[in-house]
Design a protein around this ligand. Structure first.
Ligand code: ARG
Length: 276
């Protein structure tokens, strides 16, 4: 069988350089404050990702890093943008709380109208837990985002929100366990064991043709990936995903974000998509 031809569409991303990245607290099992972080290496790895997006024809906007917010590099958590409407974040942990304000300020300062930006009532960690497909918004809960944020997102965006229960602390955000491969169709890849039995059944029903990731590839944070419809940028250690992606017609692009992995994030965590 010949793979479906894939086309990329130009994307606009918001990123934040890891100028002050460090691991001084632990709010997920990947974070070990006794392990040193190589900051110049973290920066170089992040710059590779930014430059790769640009060389693929995408636009990268930058958020000013705040020295008091070491996790700010994980820009995906700061908001969710669909059809130009922005649902801000509200973080579960006080260590990251102020990041939400920095994101809202960025949108307000960069041309978004006041009524297009919502400061949320309920805890949600942006695209960490919201994933946008053609038909739905998939929404994680269990560790960070509140189930109440799912209703809030549905009302705000006017799109059906499918709540999914995460059960493995290593996969504390939806974007560590599931990735949208083609947002013009409803095509995803995910790791079933990260979800409750009921949510697994929902995923199987909605996405019968999904690419299923193994435990090894999920543990390399291989699902923390970004697709432009054709290129899939993903952690290079998730070697088992490359061939299945190619067979579907995608071009996997392996990235090394090993230093940021010490904070519990990789490609997707560093990338917030600004959907027009
Ligand atoms: N240290 C950060 C946290 O635990 C990592 C966030 C990763 N971001 C993501 N989109 N999964 O909050």
């Amino acid at each position: 069988m010949r793979p479906t031809p894939r086309t990329s569409s130009p994307r606009r991303y918001l990123m934040c350089p890891p100028a002050h990245f460090t691991v001084t607290y632990s709010i997920n099992p990947w974070m070990d404050p006794t392990k040193p972080v190589d900051l110049p290496l973290a920066l170089a790895q992040w710059e590779d990702l930014r430059d790769r997006y640009r060389s693929l024809g995408h636009t990268v906007e930058l958020l000013e890093p705040d020295p008091a917010l070491p996790d700010m590099v994980f820009a995906a958590n700061g908001a969710t943008v669909v059809e130009g409407r922005v649902l801000g974040a509200r973080f579960a942990h006080p260590e990251r709380a102020r990041e939400a304000d920095a994101h809202v300020a960025w949108f307000r300062g960069n041309g978004w109208a006041d009524d297009a930006v919502r400061v949320p009532e309920h805890v949600n960690e942006g695209e960490g837990d919201f994933a946008v497909t053609a038909s739905w918004i998939l929404a994680g809960r269990g560790f960070r985002s509140s189930p109440l944020s799912h209703d809030e997102a549905q009302e705000f965006f006017g799109r059906p929100v499918i709540g999914l229960e995460l059960v493995d602390p290593r996969y504390y955000h939806l974007d560590t366990a599931l990735c949208v491969l083609d947002d013009a169709r409803d095509e995803i890849m995910y790791h079933p064991d990260a979800f409750s039995p009921g949510s697994r059944a929902v995923l199987a029903r909605l996405f019968p043709d999904a690419l299923i990731a193994t435990a090894e590839d999920a543990a390399a944070l291989g699902l923390n990936a970004v697709s432009d419809g054709r290129h899939v940028l993903l952690p290079q250690a998730a070697v088992g995903l490359f061939e299945p992606l190619r067979r579907r017609g995608f071009e996997p692009v392996g990235m090394d974000l090993g230093e940021l992995l010490k904070g519990g994030g990789s490609v997707k965590c560093c990338t917030q998509e600004l959907r027009p």
